[in-house]
Design a protein around this ligand. Structure first.
Ligand SMILES: [Zn+2]
Length: 267
């Protein structure tokens, strides 16, 4: 495992995500983390209608990504249910299929952002109604500053993404940022790992809730918002948040996730 960056002594909240040096081991690790991430969405009662998708780029074939097989309830996701999606949308080595809209949205995102390992999207109680306001998030809370000058609005009426062209336009709106509000649809986040993308999705949903609950909120000033954003965006913040979420909602540390969702073994 490789961990980059130095953590100052005496603080417990600077641990970084362990990434495998060997791409086969990293593939296995991503599959396990992805199954855990779907379980987390399920625990939060997201994806009850089959809506939403989380994907992870394959480290061995970077033009392929992993996602949950269609029909598996998020709360029951296991590593064996995470399937490999080829560039044309077919599933490698598994007779099961995947969510069509998920392919339409995520394929162009992974193509456009080689720095992105994972992307997360589903329809949520606050993020989706916020998206109907068709605007950016103002920095009205401490957590909201994480997205200050680092998210976009896909202001488009294609709310059911019918093809890869819709996904390409979402990717263009996202640009180099960490998140995009899909107008009249919901939130979407990307990250340097499954944990990073999913943790920031959960944070963004909390931010959308705060924005809608405080319509008279006065935003934090731009300079203070940038200072807070840069402090909160320390390396590993998404990983640490994901660990908190998994422990709280699933009773497992992501380091031990295979105990819950089953191991992965690359052939
Ligand atoms: Zn959607």
């Amino acid at each position: 495992m490789t961990v980059t960056g130095a953590a100052p002594a005496g603080f417990a909240n600077d641990d970084l995500e362990p990434v495998a040096d060997d791409p086969r081991r990293e593939r296995d690790r991503r599959r396990v983390q992805l199954a855990l991430a779907y379980r987390l969405f399920g625990a939060l009662r997201w994806g009850e209608l089959g809506d939403g998708h989380i994907t992870a780029r394959d480290p061995l074939a970077p033009d392929h990504f992993w996602m949950l097989a269609h029909g598996v309830s998020f709360d029951a996701a296991r590593t064996a249910d995470i399937v490999l999606v080829a560039p044309d949308g077919t599933v490698d080595g598994d007779p099961r299929l995947v969510n069509r809209a998920g392919y339409h949205i995520h394929r162009p995102l992974h193509d456009a952002r080689p720095d992105v390992v994972a992307a997360a999207h589903t329809h949520t109680a606050w993020g989706t109604p916020f998206s109907a306001e068709r605007r950016l998030i103002e920095p009205v809370t401490q957590e909201a500053t994480i997205f200050f000058e680092d998210h976009a609005l896909f202001d488009d009426e294609e709310v059911q993404i019918l093809g890869l062209d819709g996904g390409r336009r979402i990717a263009a709106a996202l640009g180099p940022r960490r998140a995009v509000v899909l107008a009249n649809h919901g939130l979407l986040t990307v990250g340097s790992s499954v944990a990073d993308a999913v943790a920031h999705f959960v944070i963004m949903e909390r931010v959308a809730e705060a924005v809608l609950k405080a319509p008279g909120a006065r935003p934090i000033g731009a300079e203070a918002a940038r200072t807070a954003r840069d402090a909160l965006n320390r390396p590993g913040n998404g990983w640490r948040t994901f660990r908190w979420l998994a422990r709280r909602h699933l009773g497992v540390d992501p380091l031990d996730a295979a105990e819950l969702v089953g191991p992965a073994t690359t052939a």
